[in-house]
Design a protein around this ligand. Sequence first.
Ligand SMILES: Nc1ncnc2c1ncn2[C@@H]1O[C@H](COP(=O)(O)OP(=O)(O)O)[C@@H](O)[C@H]1O
Ligand SMILES: [Mg+2]
Length: 336
Amino acid sequence: MGMGNPLLDISNEVTEEMLTKYDVKVDSAILAEEKHMPIYKELAEMPGVQYIAGGATQNSIRVAQWMMGEAGQTAYMGCIGKDAFGEQLKGCAQTDGVLVHYMEDEETPTGTCAVLVASGERSLIANLAAANNFKESHLETDLAKEIISSSEIFYSAGFFLTVSVESLLKVTNHAVDNNKIFCLNFSAPFIIDFFGDQVAAALPFADYVFCNESEAEAYGKKHGLGNDGKDLEAVALKVAAMPKTSGVRARTVVFTQGSSCTIVAREGKVTKYDVTPLGADLLVDTNGAGDAFVGGFLAQLTKGADIAKCVDAGHWAASIIIQRSGCTFPEKCEYA
Ligand SMILES: Nc1ncnc2c1ncn2[C@@H]1O[C@H](COP(=O)(O)OP(=O)(O)O)[C@@H](O)[C@H]1O
Ligand SMILES: [Mg+2]
């Protein structure tokens, strides 16, 4: 089960000038401020605009569902508005076989995410809107209770920490009380830098922690670990060794690094897994690479696979998604 911010991605190729105009860094992820608001309309009016189901957690769950095959193996919750964008998000997840149980906010539009693709890299500006209004009360609905009690693995991207820590803690406490697995993603440097208390509240519950190299570095820098984030293997080991609420299972920390090797730390030991290089001509956009990695990883984790296999499935899923626009995949999953 995933819980997160359901967002419809409004994606388009942009120039470096447009990034500069909106004060956006390449390969960054931020929350929209007032100055960013005109960008959604601007993107929509440019030729080639695409509307694609997004939201980091929902992407990972869709990918996991795709790789697990049989419909209804995964579930997802988050808050959408009562509008066409919300319908599109729901339709996409349902078509992929995910059991979705959205909270619906009648007064607020569905959240959107501007995806600015410039020379293969993506920058994200999220306008959370309805996604920001998820409430713990939704977890008291009959269907939510049923989903939670029948789920074995829970996952949230760190982005959800800006919305409802109470909801997250309700789920993490259920996981601890029932010997289930909780997985957390740091998701973006701004989460680490500006939502440090929320990260600190969730981290002790995490059996698995995922992030990319820039988030790992930001975490090391903020907490003075691994030579202030310059030594990522040391950061991974420290995060793995941090206090854990459940006494069972050592924490596993997974840092992806784009085309460079993936670092895994567990029980005082680091293992590195190479990424198969992808020719530049095959790369379409890296939007969703990390989300897809997590989806592939979790699909294998549900089968009780070892870490090497989980990472392999993560790398495979990511390689498929970056050869396509947005977090999309072919109908059939050919992963063996
Ligand atoms: N340029 C690339 N070439 C090959 N694989 C890539 C590339 N970028 C990303 N990947 C794959 O996607 C995974 C996650 O990418 P990463 O960039 O670390 O995540 P994020 O999307 O969070 O920044 C990598 O471990 C790798 O498997
Ligand atoms: Mg990256």
